[in-house]
Design a protein around this ligand. Structure first.
Ligand code: GLN
Length: 498
């Protein structure tokens, strides 16, 4: 087995195929992956917990099923890392928060159980901004992972460990979560592919809630096809999540081969003209459009006047829902407790010491906007704005198959300028192009399509494509066309190796 499984099998489907045929043993893949993590992760910093015994047991089970002549599942033997927001039975689950230190869940959530059914090998849990709140990976009790091509830049967040695990070749696949861009943004920074599916496409059962009406699990991989394979095993109705959609699951890997000739991409003018958009980001979107046109797609220009409302609407709603969801962390049921003189003081101390500064800030904002005297002016207004934003986006998607937008206005953020703690508002504003898909429940994918040269570093830049509800097959077709035509791809494994 080569150092990296990925060098031998760049496609997760091909790796699974080899394991299913018995040409490669899942256990050997797991051992090589665990060895690579042991060697490289001390400098990458993606993993919070490496589940060695769990991974080996899962791989041996897969091999046994193959030996017995049964079907081990479509992701047989493929190693995967989960953002530490996914509940995993017997494996510590912290949400990147001190408040859940010591919590070992008694059950598997949907992601862990669906992946086990598909034969994947869960190798561990990876780091994130606490409860998914952040964009750099910096809002965490542990240092953020490395950026794959620059030690001067943040890796992007909040699914920073998921992106780093894939970009550095530690695992072929990772799962993140995306409430307002947390899969697409770190994918863009790392030069990999990340998908935020249609709201309800993947069950949220066992996914620790940040803002329930916006949260979706998001597959991440080095290629569009890898992401398609992962979505295929996670999508579908789940009785344990009432918001999961009962819609047929498409043949997503096949969708990556569909032509885009004659189809339409809508370019959002306002997003390119907006103040503060980096020239390399503008060029990335322009190159994407040219690449799609070269494959026979048609481009139209359109405007989305609601853009100025996207960030304020998102932050009011995300904070309000977070304040409600995180009320459950009181030191009584999960994780850590800091004793006080009475119950109220115990709860107050537990929350004051358990949550980091950004989470506390958002809980204060959320509590404020939900106060009886404020709720209509803030929460109510944001709900009305959300409806208008969703209507506008759906209207735009009547005129085209996908929208093309930047992922973020700039390339990855410099470490010496932009730690969340220094200037939270600057970070919030950088979410401008990603939050709309969550507010409208639409699927959106980030695919590498350009780069910026900054301070001697080649920083990857992704383009964002937004589709109609359940339009994941369209996103795969367009993203695969961009991938083939531009070939920006992830950083080569050898270069990424620290
Ligand atoms: N950066 C956004 C935030 O901090 C998005 C986070 C996410 O998608 N989880 O809220």
């Amino acid at each position: 087995m080569t150092t990296s499984i990925l060098e031998a099998f760049p496609d997760a489907g091909a790796l699974a195929g080899a394991v299913r045929r018995g040409a490669v043993r899942a256990e050997a893949v797991a051992e090589a992956t665990l060895a690579a993590i042991e060697r490289l992760d001390p400098t990458v910093g993606a993993f919070l917990h490496v589940a060695v015994d769990h991974a080996l047991a899962a791989a041996r089970r897969t091999d046994r099923i193959v030996r017995e002549g049964s079907d081990p599942g479509p992701l047989a033997g493929v190693p995967i890392a989960l953002k530490d927001l996914f509940v995993t039975r017997g494996i510590p689950t912290t949400a990147g928060s001190r408040i859940l230190a010591g919590y070992v869940p008694p059950y598997d959530g949907h992601a862990a159980s669906a992946l086990a059914r598909a034969g994947a090998t869960l190798v561990g849990k990876v780091t994130l901004d606490e409860f998914g709140m952040g964009s750099n990976g910096a809002n965490s009790p542990v240092p953020a992972p490395r950026h794959p091509t620059s030690d001067d830049h943040w890796p992007g967040g909040s699914s920073s460990g998921s992106a780093a695990a894939v970009a550095f070749g530690l695992t072929p696949l990772a799962l993140g979560t995306d409430t307002g861009g947390s899969v697409r943004w770190p994918a863009s920074c790392a030069g990999i592919v990340g998908l935020k599916p249609t709201y309800g496409r993947i069950s949220r059962h066992g996914m620790i809630a940040f803002a329930s009406s916006l949260d979706q699990a998001g597959p991440m991989g080095r290629t569009v096809r890898c992401v398609a394979h992962l979505l295929a095993v996670l999508a579908g109705r789940d009785e344990r999540d009432a918001t999961s959609l009962d819609a047929p699951v498409g043949d997503y890997p096949a969708a990556c081969e569909a032509p885009v000739a004659g189809r339409t991409v809508g370019v959002v003018r306002r997003a390119l003209d907006a103040e503060g958009v980096h020239p390399a980001v503008r060029k990335t979107v322009a190159d994407t459009v040219r690449a799609l046109e070269a494959r026979g797609a048609k481009a139209i220009t359109l405007d989305l006047p609601s853009m100025d409302l996207w960030v304020p609407t998102y932050y009011v709603l995300a904070c309000a829902e977070a304040a409600s969801n995180l009320a459950r962390y009181d030191g009584m049921r999960y994780g850590r407790r800091v004793e006080g003189r009475d119950l109220a003081e115990t709860i107050a101390r537990t929350r004051a010491q358990g949550f980091g500064p950004e989470v506390r800030r958002r809980l204060l904002v959320g509590t404020y906007v939900l106060r009886k005297d404020n709720v209509d002016a803030y929460y109510g207004a944001a709900m009305r704005a959300r409806a208008a934003i969703a209507a506008e986006l759906r209207g735009a998607l009547d005129r085209c198959d996908v929208l093309a937008l930047p992922v973020g206005p700039q390339p990855a953020v410099r470490r010496d300028a932009g730690a969340d703690a220094d200037d939270p508002l600057a970070d919030y504003l950088r979410d401008v192009f990603t939050v709309a898909a969550n507010l409208a429940g639409l699927p959106a994918i980030a695919v590498p399509a350009g780069h910026a040269d900054e301070g001697g570093h080649r920083l990857p830049i992704g383009v964002q494509l937004v589709g109609r509800p359940l339009g994941e097959p369209d996103l795969f077709a367009f993203a695969a066309a961009v991938e083939r035509e531009i070939g920006a791809g992830p950083p080569p494994l050898r270069e990424a190796t620290p």
